[in-house]
Design a protein around this ligand. Structure first.
Ligand SMILES: *Cc1c(COP(=O)(O)O)cnc(C)c1O
Length: 480
């Protein structure tokens, strides 16, 4: 399987293998990597996959995309990644062996629990695999990587929990000092692993992000210190997420003749992009329901054909903060497919995006193709989230987090008879106590394993908003 850039002038000349793109980010031409074609799943394969454990299913799916890791090694990697220990200890009472248990709320409506991993959000599903893959490839090559990132909470902690203790990998994670919840701080800063470095910057998340951009933009420093990233455009994260669409489908249906719909709380379009690829592979998905919060750039696109990314200053801070995104970094992957995999067309559209104008496909044949790809969309507000959290608790006795509530709210209006709607549960309510308190007048239960986490000793270095100070910190740790 070869990978090409969505903007490649000449796909064949620049095609890469899986391990070649694993450690990188964007393609050199600014595009995103995709397989040169999507593997097609036969009916016989689908039948054989139905009974597999999560780890074996992950191996089966990943094998379709990875041909430069020996099968026995890949199988060992999925077996040690998708374990009940990693995906079970954080939800009391769930069946940890399922890794992603399906919970029916009523006939035709279910939650697929993706947030039973160590940081209580679905990002653990892919990030844990990434940690194992990084370690494997770096060991093989005798190389090291220093992951530099900025986080406002979720992604940084998922990356740290995935990379802790991995050889060849160090993580330098910047966070805005004093701007995360006590719980988020405790989750990250209490890690005692010697390859994890927390840097609290005396500024905002945007300041931290700007420092990361400045350090990564210094080509000499980047190469000399082997700086890398694990952001949401990483192809391995997308491919790992394809697995649970298959798992969810098998759990919700009796036979491979049935169809399902998935509703996906969306921000950077990474999660639902994996659903799109599962569908392109032949999984019987009738509909992909994209749910946004008040930051509804993607909902606007799927309704009108007009893509108008907004500036950071126009992005609303909402109570489903992991979806507060107005420029969806993975969206280019879907548009590449939508325009018939024409890289020249993608280059033209993204020239408009980069110029701050965006683009409008309403008057083009592409707009009519959106339905062919199964996409529908909707958006949700703070009031919708509170109401959904309340009614879900009253009707089913289940507490959902605010992001999952956005998914449930949008899904409610788009169900059709005979097609089960599977809403992806992207976080546990314990992560968002304040909003649950506001909706229900009570706190969600916290998993046993995380009680008292705020009392653990914390390790964090506080720095000024200063690019040089961050570079000096990294250089000193590499010399040590
Ligand atoms: C990251 C995240 C999302 C959005 O996922 P994308 O892949 O960026 O679309 C939704 N909910 C939660 C809880 C998240 O952490």
């Amino acid at each position: 399987m070869r990978y090409l850039s969505t903007r490649a002038a000449s796909p064949d000349a620049s095609a890469k293998s899986f391990c070649d793109i694993l450690l990188g980010g964007l393609a050199p031409d600014g595009g995103l990597y995709l397989p040169e074609s999507y593997p097609q799943i036969t009916r016989a394969e689908l039948d054989a996959w139905r009974g597999l454990s999560y780890a074996d299913l992950a191996f089966a799916v990943l094998s379709k995309f990875i041909d430069d890791i020996p099968p026995a090694d890949l199988k060992a990697i999925t077996a040690r990644t998708y374990t009940a220990e990693t995906y079970g200890y954080c939800r009391d009472g769930a069946d940890a062996r399922e890794i992603t248990p399906l919970r029916w709320l009523e006939p035709g409506l279910a939650l697929l629990e993706l947030s039973n991993g160590p940081t209580l959000a679905f990002k653990d599903m892919a990030m844990q695999l990434l940690g194992a893959l990084f370690e494997y490839v770096l060991d093989q090559r005798g190389e090291e990587i220093n992951i530099l990132g900025a986080t406002s909470g979720d992604t940084g902690s998922a990356a740290e929990y995935a990379m802790r203790g991995k050889h060849g990998v160090r993580v330098f994670m910047l966070s805005p000092a004093g701007r995360m919840s006590d719980f988020q701080r405790a989750q990250m800063y209490s890690l005692a692993d010697s390859n994890i470095f927390n840097l609290a910057v005396r500024g905002t998340f945007d300041d931290a992000q700007d420092i990361v951009k400045a350090v990564s933009g210094d080509a000499a420093f980047k190469a000399g210190h082997r700086i890398g990233a694990v952001n949401s455009i990483n192809w391995a994260r997308v491919v790992a997420q394809i697995v649970y669409y298959f798992k969810g489908y098998f759990a919700a249906t009796q036979s491979n003749d049935e169809q399902v719909a998935f509703a996906v709380p969306s921000g950077n379009f990474g999660n639902i992009c994996a659903g799109h690829i599962a569908r392109m592979m032949g999984l019987p998905i009738a509909r992909l329901v994209l749910a946004t919060n008040e930051n509804d750039v993607l909902d606007e696109f799927f309704r009108s054909g007009s893509y108008r990314p907004r500036a950071a200053a126009e992005t609303h801070a909402t109570s489903s903060p992991s979806m507060d995104i107005s420029k969806a970094s993975n969206f280019e992957r879907f548009v590449f497919d939508l325009v018939g995999r024409d890289p020249a067309k993608v280059r033209g559209l993204w020239a408009e995006v980069d110029a701050g104008r965006g683009f409008d496909l309403a008057q083009t044949p592409y707009f009519d193709r959106l339905a062919e790809f199964g996409f529908v969309s909707g958006s949700s507000t703070h009031a919708d989230r509170l109401a959904t959290i309340r009614t879900t608790y009253e009707k089913y006795g289940v507490i959902v987090d605010p992001h999952t509530a956005d998914g449930l709210k949008v899904a409610a209006g788009l169900r059709s008879a005979g097609v089960p709607m599977i809403v992806l549960e992207t976080a546990q309510p314990a992560k968002f106590e304040a909003t649950i308190q506001e909706a229900l007048g009570r706190l969600p239960q916290r998993p046993q394993a995380l009680l008292g986490i705020e009392q653990l000793p914390q390790r964090v270095e506080t720095l000024a908003v200063d690019v040089q100070a961050v570079k000096d910190f990294i250089a000193a740790r590499l010399a040590a």
